[in-house]
Design a protein around this ligand. Structure first.
Ligand code: THU
Length: 160
């Protein structure tokens, strides 16, 4: 038997002003984006704001549906819109915020597994890491690459 250990790094911040680049502005926009979410079923409003390499900023929010699986998370709404408008342009960083029960969540929300997989494919495609910032009222978390959120992604290679 052999055991392998994987190493990931998660940074914590107490205040948005400590964040790198335009991180603080992305959080402000992610929080604002929660206001336009369509989340009547979960009552959990998620906002995402991403910065592209070309300077564009794109926001998104969760869009739910009465047929539950038909909805989409905030991250993928923003990411797929970015891909449709600016194909191949790298995402530098993405910030997330969530609002429920009349306030922004105290503990940061991390992207769901599906969004991690989609973000990782983008990272691999553009061959540069995407920084992910997760906002909570009490604490802000940051990873410098999606591979820190999904160290063992689904992947396959058909060539022997
Ligand atoms: N949601 C997101 O928008 N992003 C995530 O990473 C996880 C969950 C949404 C989906 C659903 O509309 C609501 O949050 C509750 O799960």
């Amino acid at each position: 038997m052999k055991a392998e250990e994987l190493r990931i790094t998660i940074y914590s911040y107490e205040d948005t002003t400590e964040l790198p680049g335009i991180g603080a502005e992305l959080i402000r926009l992610a929080k604002e984006a929660t206001e336009k979410a369509w989340a009547p079923y979960s009552q959990f409003r998620v906002g995402a704001a991403l910065e592209l390499e070309n300077g564009e900023i794109i926001t998104g929010n969760n869009q739910e549906n009465i047929a539950f699986p038909s909805g989409l998370c905030a991250e993928r709404v923003a990411l797929f819109y970015a891909g449709s408008q600016y194909p191949g342009v790298a995402i530098k960083r993405i910030a997330l915020a969530a609002y429920a029960d009349g306030r922004f969540v105290a503990k940061p929300v991390y992207p769901c597994g599906d969004c991690r997989q989609v973000l990782l494919e983008h990272e691999n495609r553009v061959k540069q890491p995407v920084e992910v910032i997760m906002y909570g009222e009490n604490e802000i978390k940051l990873v410098k690459s999606v591979s820190d959120l999904l160290p063992l992604p689904f992947d396959y290679n058909l060539t022997p």
